[in-house]
Design a protein around this ligand. Structure first.
Ligand code: ADP
Ligand code: MG
Length: 356
């Protein structure tokens, strides 16, 4: 029978596809035991939304089975989300803070934020979503949630949505149809309160829906939240993409990691004949990502079920979990979780965390 040390040596041949580093060096191999020809191993992933879960499990089984005298291999897969945060003064229980931004409004930023959050929580992560879009806080409507009353002196309890996702929105504090004419310092103060006076508790991922554009408010916000990185949402049209690039450059100047770009409203599948129309010119976001050396996170079709379910307060990942749209959001959630794990690893190793 091989010894525990020998088995660990064998496991060094299994490489994490996202990082290109072996699973032992990454600390993913937790318990190894050998008894009467049976090997037990616990494999700890850095996110439950790991697209390589079954591939890694199979590879571990395969290499261990080649060891002499081994009759059975039992692999237990668990997940513990890695933290990308270095300083924990603000939000000590939150491991990763992901901003969702866009150049233009109306490109589907909030729709992407919500469905990604729900996909991550469906995989088993604890997720919060902060709607910081002071110009159009739509998340209470998309999720059909309200907050309850808060007793004086207590922290504000966030609303709880599908899959236990916690929700806080600037919209909870405004009357409907009330215009917001806030300047930077006021916005920064409101955001500080959202970070410090809301009972977020322990979260693997806090998703922040930022206002569109590169104005005063977006700038102040991006600077007041200790971000892991930003996901940019754009439609494939030239005009949208050009403004998205401006937002991207603003984040780069602020030294915020660019996690990647999502192409929303990529194409339309005719529900009658299945014909695919690339209405806004599918693929231009991917091409831009390749040019810039930024990760392309995936595409989302234009689909009535995304719009209708969003309007009904039940996002498509929940309302039509098997639909192509829901699957598209899940793939993007995988990509984001993977990139965040890479950033966390690089932070731990003292690097810049740059994924590109
Ligand atoms: N892929 C899509 N297919 C169909 N409708 C969409 C899609 N993405 C967003 N929408 C709809 O477009 C409108 C704007 O989306 P929203 O997420 O509010 O944009 P933003 O937050 O960028 O302003 C909403 O009515 C939403 O339901
Ligand atoms: Mg929005």
């Amino acid at each position: 029978m091989p010894t525990k040390e020998e088995l660990i040596q064998i496991l060094r041949s299994v490489i994490d596809p996202e990082l290109g580093i072996d699973i032992v060096s990454l600390g993913m191999v937790k318990d190894v035991s050998v008894e009467n020809g049976t090997i037990r191993v616990t494999l700890e992933l850095t996110t439950p939304a790991c697209p390589f879960r079954s591939q890694l499990k199979e590879n571990v089984e395969k290499v261990l089975k080649t060891a002499p005298g081994v009759s059975e291999v039992k692999v237990d897969v668990v997940a513990r989300v890695a933290s990308s945060r270095v300083s924990y003064n603000v939000l000590p229980g939150v491991k990763n803070i992901i901003a969702i931004a866009s150049g233009k409004g109306g490109v589907g930023k909030s729709t992407v934020a919500v469905n990604i959050g729900l996909a991550l929580s469906e995989f088993g992560a604890s997720v919060g979503i902060l709607d910081a879009d002071i110009y159009g806080p739509t998340i209470p409507k998309i999720l059909n949630v309200k907050i309850g009353p808060t007793n004086a002196g207590n922290k504000i309890a966030p609303a709880i949505s599908y899959n236990g996702m916690k929700v806080m929105s600037i919209g909870f504090l405004l009357q409907e149809d009330e215009p917001v004419i806030w300047r930077g310092p006021l916005v920064a103060n409101a955001i500080k309160q959202f970070l410090t006076e809301v009972e977020w508790g322990e979260l693997d991922y806090l998703i922040v829906d930022l206002p569109p554009g590169t104005g005063d408010a977006s700038l102040t916000l991006a600077q007041s939240i200790p971000l892991t990185g930003v996901v940019i949402v754009s439609t494939p049209q030239d005009a949208a993409l050009r403004i998205a690039m401006k937002a991207l450059n603003m984040f780069r100047k602020l030294n915020v990691e660019i996690i990647g770009i999502v192409e929303n409203m990529s194409y339309f599948v005719c529900p009658n004949c299945g014909h695919v129309s690339e209405i806004f010119g599918r693929g231009s976001v991917k091409a831009a990502c390749e040019r810039l050396g930024i990760r392309f996170l995936g595409e989302v079709p234009i689909s009535p079920d995304i719009r209708i379910n969003g309007d009904l307060g039940k996002p498509v990942v929940i309302a039509a979990p098997k639909s192509e749209s829901a699957e598209a959001f899940r793939r993007i959630a995988y990509a984001i979780a993977g990139s965040v794990s890479v950033i966390a690893y690089k932070k731990k190793m003292g690097g810049t965390g740059n994924v590109a």
